[in-house]
Design a protein around this ligand. Structure first.
Ligand code: FE2
Ligand code: FE2
Length: 383
């Protein structure tokens, strides 16, 4: 800065002129190519206004990005038996200070446990059959987390506005954390980890291939509605308390389409395009055999798979229709159809089955978990 470099003003002026011509040339070329559908500008970014296309949308940012950071949890703190070292020095000091103040003995025990001790705890607490069943159910969503990570990464480039992108960025970070942490938790059970079943493969692959904002339906509503229901059901089980934190994250993810469409409303055609309505419907129906697949595992844990399926479907349908992801039949008829499918299967597969309104079941456990879901599914907004 101290050197006074003498630059000829004509040179600066000439460069300015050349740059302005080049600027209009590059941008107009991209505009024409964009209009012809031959490419154009790839970056969905408005550099003239220092904003992403779609504007600031601070509400979306506050509801999803800021809140995610506020509620950011560290695996090192909540799963001390895991290999994660993600706490800051300050956080570690705080953990050491609060360690003694835990009231519940079992919690206190688990807060200090090492990896080997945690594995032993699981072996002592669960029978072999229960461990196998828990892993079969948890892996279902473990594989789902891998897809949620991939889908949210793609969706990040589909959403408009700075706030929308910030929200998706937080989700990508959380899905990464869910995948890696859940993987360690599942491995600690020391049983064989199953692959994706044919039904899950179909659901997740088709969800990933969904076009544009339809990914919000496939992922944030369908796959995450499934994840939210599972975490809500299993977070009270011994050693699985960490799933309550997953549950809280997933609640924000399932609420994201509603927040996003509040800022960028879907058109009537986007909601009611018959092909899209049919595709949504056809994403749900082939996924139903998953409930049959996990039936024996849930039974081992004392849960009726169709109670779980009914509880989850009710929430997914509520969210879908409220947001505007309509389907070829009304919500009421869809509810009746699912009850009919579940009862017909039970009549075939079970002894002495009596018709039941499965869609009114509730399998989420815990006052806080139910409150969180109530806020999301009634679309009160995430506060
Ligand atoms: Fe997740
Ligand atoms: Fe998620």
């Amino acid at each position: 800065m101290s050197k006074n470099i003498k630059i000829k003003p004509e040179a600066t002026k000439l460069h300015g002129k050349i740059e302005r011509i080049a600027n209009s040339l590059f941008r107009n070329y991209d505009k024409v190519m964009g209009k012809l559908g031959l490419g154009g500008r790839k970056g969905d970014y408005d550099d003239y206004n220092y904003e992403f296309i779609g504007g600031a949308k601070d509400n979306l940012r506050k509801k999803h990005y800021d809140k995610s950071l506020r509620l950011l949890w560290k695996a090192e703190e909540h799963a001390p038996w895991s290999s994660f070292k993600d706490c800051t020095k300050g956080e570690q000091e705080l953990i050491n200070l609060t360690k003694g103040s835990l009231s519940n003995e079992e919690e206190q025990e688990l807060e200090r446990i090492t990896s080997d001790e945690f594995r032993q705890f699981l072996k002592d607490t669960y029978t072999d059959e229960q461990r196998k069943a828990t892993v079969a159910i948890l892996t279902l969503i473990g594989h789902g987390e891998a897809y949620a990570w991939m889908i949210s990464t793609e969706l990040l480039n589909e959403v408009k506005s700075t706030g929308g992108r910030a929200a998706l960025t937080a989700q990508v970070l959380e899905e990464a954390k869910h995948f890696v942490v859940l993987r360690e938790l599942i491995k600690a059970f020391d049983v064989e980890i199953p692959r994706l079943s044919a039904w899950e493969y179909l659901l997740l692959e088709r969800g990933f291939k969904a076009k544009g904002l339809e990914k919000f339906f496939a992922m944030n509503i369908l796959v995450e509605g499934f994840a939210l229901s599972l975490f809500g059901m299993m977070g009270h089980m011994p050693g699985l308390k960490i799933l309550r934190l997953f549950h809280l994250d997933e609640s924000r993810h399932t609420a994201l389409p509603a927040s996003y469409f509040q800022e960028f409303p879907m058109t009537y055609w986007q909601k009611n395009n018959p092909i899209k309505k049919w595709r949504r419907f056809m994403l749900i129906i082939p996924a139903l055999p998953i409930l049959v697949q996990i039936e024996p595992y849930l039974a081992t844990l004392g849960i009726d798979t169709f109670d779980f399926g009914g509880s989850m479907s009710r929430k997914i349908l509520n969210l879908s229709y409220k947001v505007g992801f309509n389907m070829p039949i009304t919500k009421n008829n869809f509810t009746k159809l699912l009850n009919k499918i579940f009862n017909t299967y039970c009549k075939y597969a079970r002894r002495d089955h009596k018709n039941k309104d499965f869609l009114h079941s509730e399998t989420t456990v815990g006052i806080n978990e139910l409150k969180v879901e109530n806020d999301v599914f009634k679309l009160k907004g995430v506060t």
